[in-house]
Design a protein around this ligand. Sequence first.
Ligand SMILES: OC[C@@H]1[C@@H](O)[C@H](O)[C@@H](O)c2nc(CNc3ccccc3)cn21
Length: 452
Amino acid sequence: MSQAPVFPDGFLWGAATAAHQIEGSPLADGAGPSIWTRFAHTPGMTLNGDTGDVACDHYRRWKDDVKLMRDLGLQAYRFSVAWARVLPEGTGRINQAGLDFYSRLVDELLANGIEPLLTLYHWDLPAALDDRGGWLNRDSADWFAEYASVMYKALDGRVKKWVTLNEPWVITDGGYLHGALAPGHRSLFEAPIASHNLMRAHGAAVRAYREIGAHEIGLVVNIEPKYAASDSEADRVATRRAHAYMNEQYLHPALLGRYPEELEDVFGAAWPEWPKQDFELIRQKLDFVGINYYTRGVTEANDSYPLKAGSVRQPLATYSETGWEFYPKGLTDLLVWFKQTYGDTPVYITENGAAMYDPPAAEVDADGRGRVRDPLRTAYLRQHIGAIHDAIQAGVDVRGYMLWSLLDNLEWSLGYSKRFGMVHVNYATQQRTPKDSAHWYSGVIRSHGRSL
Ligand SMILES: OC[C@@H]1[C@@H](O)[C@H](O)[C@@H](O)c2nc(CNc3ccccc3)cn21
């Protein structure tokens, strides 16, 4: 019988969401539109034309949702602020009703013993700033620092863990290179400029925090280990390129003050010369790094644009509904790589989860409660929390785990077609039903991981 895993004292067990994906009411109480309000209302941009107009109606149901978190035993809750609720034009005028929504949410979390972990930017740029060039405008660093400072002054102390950006890789690759995400640009030249300005904005927001705040701030990245599909030179070089493009493109400037050299191969003539002083801004001491882990990439050389590398499907593996292989060992490998490459910056797993086909919440259990059987999600979560424990045993300073996601929610351009929640949402009635995985996770939290 293997020993029950022991997680460090203080290891934080929580769940994560994002404003655009759960709140609904995007223009309520003086809020301004975001690029996702615009993008989703542009015909053809999202599956079935799905929008965030209602989503999980969390903007109105927030108090019940906090009660749900308490009943599940969550110790922490990672959420994001919709910038355009607070600053409808992105800068300048503050919409007090928008700020009050987040202040009330934070107070309710604290009143229920749940620690807030606040993400300042989870992809929903105010549309008014996109009209001024958005992340392509070098002024975006100042805009973001201004918005961040408003939030720090209002909430710091009640919020003690801040995140600047969620996943600059997805923002850039999806929003500026391939066009699958808002603002829907497709440009090899724009992508590195947006990416660089995002990182300048991250640095400016951290610098502002050091003036105003008194607690912790970090960056959240989505990274995945890249394993060569064969030992051919072409596949090994392609794997190195893919690793640099996804895993080092943001952590290197943030923690080392430089880009990986492979990016010049990826972007070629589109790769600019960067002002040296930019890296002094970008590289700020971080109190933690958030890692969003979902899968790995077994990588081969191919003719994909512009990376010339791609993932190879693994015939015997289990895959989620988003086509991501279950590969928990990749999380252990990735965390060990992070420590070896960047040192002992504390890490939180700020997202981990799987979209699986879940049966409708039609069943009712013996107590008359709704029931959703999701054994594959529970298997995924068990395996990946176990992989985190293996990394902790290997000396990686992992401080917590935020399950993605608390609720089934709006999966960006894929609309409501993918269900990541440990709690089922009936979008017609807004009925919340904890899935079997939620009840299982509650047991993990109660036992501090020993019941894994
Ligand atoms: O796709 C699931 C979640 C998404 O709902 C979150 O808002 C976002 O933070 C998030 N990031 C990833 C990481 N991977 C990824 C890769 C390619 C495209 C989009 C996301 C997964 N997820």
